[in-house]
Ligand binder design. Structure first.
Ligand SMILES: Cc1cc2nc3c(=O)[nH]c(=O)nc-3n(C[C@H](O)[C@H](O)[C@H](O)COP(=O)(O)OP(=O)(O)OC[C@H]3O[C@@H](n4cnc5c(N)ncnc54)[C@H](O)[C@@H]3O)c2cc1C
Length: 396
């Protein structure tokens, strides 16, 4: 059978690959193929379907550097993106203006938030406020008595990633210009005429360009084009639970806390969804790429949650999900061509911020694929994601 030709093949239909396809669908007439072995699967293992759904441009240390402006730009694209996606899907997707409370139990963590993080955010013009113990509880009455205060970031948003992923898959499958292929890419080769993608089934697809957005497996697929340093990528497994508030109850705001103990720092996240459901978590196991949830992770999540939001830890657990975050050694994403002929574009390494960064990643990837002019801001964000920073010195 002759190979099928596309303008662009996107390997991976998570929020990054799916988001890029959706962007191309709206802004171009390119013939796009999205390849993902999990299309239509009942049980999915992508990071995107497991995520909490916080759109938190300034939460992590990495965001206090050059990633912050990129993440803020992505946050600002969210309302328009969700409105467009929801209209194309024909069903509502709720984007909650829930804000974010970063809270602390201990003096050291409280000092980090107030003395280190807050001035950095203010310097950047990010809306952020210091709150004492009583004030944080006025924002979120379910916070426990041990919480000593924290920061309030009013502009953070929350979305339900499972719903975004359902919308993306439905919208892409319904589009005549997009072919969704339920298969896995095994190899990618560049020759004089373009790119050949060989699938597990033996089928070969041809295109002018390929985007590799296969989450934590992406770097393996492009290793013939770029000699990554050994420690550049690592899977980071995360589990999350969904709990249901009793009738009339519910969480008002997103909450985040870091709980250092002797061996590791635990992360407590709580993100309000519709109908009183709340996503709570999260585990953060670097180096672990095993699929599936575990009862040990469930126990850890509830034990840590009880210290911050004790009442929520007693709500009924109605679901558990796990996914593998695509981790990089510097915590920054990878976005750019990895081959000299500019045919293979890597879009991965979004660590714990892929939901937040999805619309900006899609916008930038589309500009590269369509050879559009770049603004100063585009160049700055693409500099953050330049793949060659993670290459071994012999290939730079
Ligand atoms: C528990 C948890 C909570 C999180 N919470 C948040 C949050 O609140 N906010 C936030 O911003 N981020 C959050 N994240 C991070 C975010 O989920 C990830 O950064 C993001 O989903 C990565 O998206 P992706 O599309 O790159 O990867 P994935 O979602 O993993 O998608 C990759 C896709 O590629 C496919 N694939 C893999 N190999 C191949 C192949 N060879 N051929 C074809 N297809 C392939 C897979 O089937 C998969 O569908 C969280 C992550 C976890 C695990």
């Amino acid at each position: 059978m002759a190979p099928t030709h596309h303008d662009v093949i996107i390997v991976g239909g998570g929020i990054i690959g799916g988001g890029i396809a959706e962007h191309l669908r709206c802004g171009s007439r390119l013939r796009v193929s999205v390849v993902d072995g999990e299309f239509g699967a009942c049980v999915k293992t992508s990071a995107s379907q497991a995520a909490a759904g916080g759109i938190n441009p300034h939460l992590y240390d990495e965001a206090h550097g050059a990633l912050g402006p990129m993440a803020q730009r992505s946050r600002d694209l969210y309302p328009g993106w969700i409105e467009r996606l929801s209209a194309a899907w024909g069903r509502p997707i709720e984007l909650r203006p829930s804000g974010l409370l970063c809270v602390a139990l201990e003096e050291k963590e409280h000092g980090r938030l107030v003395d280190d993080v807050l001035p950095l955010l203010r310097e950047r013009g990010v809306a952020a406020e210091e709150l004492g113990a009583d004030e944080v509880r006025r924002h979120e009455p379910l916070l426990g008595p041990a919480v000593r205060g924290g920061l309030w970031l009013p502009d953070d948003l929350a979305v339900e990633p499972v719903r975004v992923m359902a919308a993306l898959e439905a919208v892409l499958k319904a589009d005549d210009g997009i072919t969704c292929v339920q298969d896995s890419a095994e190899s990618i080769r560049v020759d004089g005429d373009g790119v050949r993608v060989t699938l597990r089934s033996g089928r070969v697809l041809r295109s002018d360009r390929v985007v590799v957005a296969a989450g934590h497996l992406s770097h393996e697929l492009v290793k013939d084009f770029i000699d990554w340093r050994d420690d550049s990528f690592s899977p980071i497994k995360g589990q999350i639970l969904e709990v249901a508030a009793p009738p009339g109850g519910g969480l008002r705001t997103q909450c985040d806390a870091l709980l250092p103990d002797d061996e590791e720092t635990h992360i407590v996240r709580a993100s309000p969804y519709a109908e009183g459901r709340v996503a709570v978590g999260v585990t953060h196991d670097r180096g672990d790429a095993t699929p599936g949830t575990s009862s040990r992770a469930t126990e850890d999540i509830l034990r840590n949650l009880r210290r911050i939001l004790p009442a929520v830890a007693d709500w009924e657990v109605i679901g558990a999900r796990a996914g593998i975050r695509p981790g990089t050694s510097d915590g920054l994403p990878v976005l750019g061509y990895v081959d000299p002929s500019h045919r293979v574009l890597a879009a991965t390494g979004h660590n714990g911020l892929g939901i937040t960064l999805a619309p900006r990643t899609a916008q930038l990837a589309a500009k590269l694929l369509l050879d559009m002019p770049l603004t100063e801001e585009d160049r700055a964000d693409l500099h953050v994601g330049r793949p060659e920073r993670l290459a071994s010195s012999r290939s730079r």
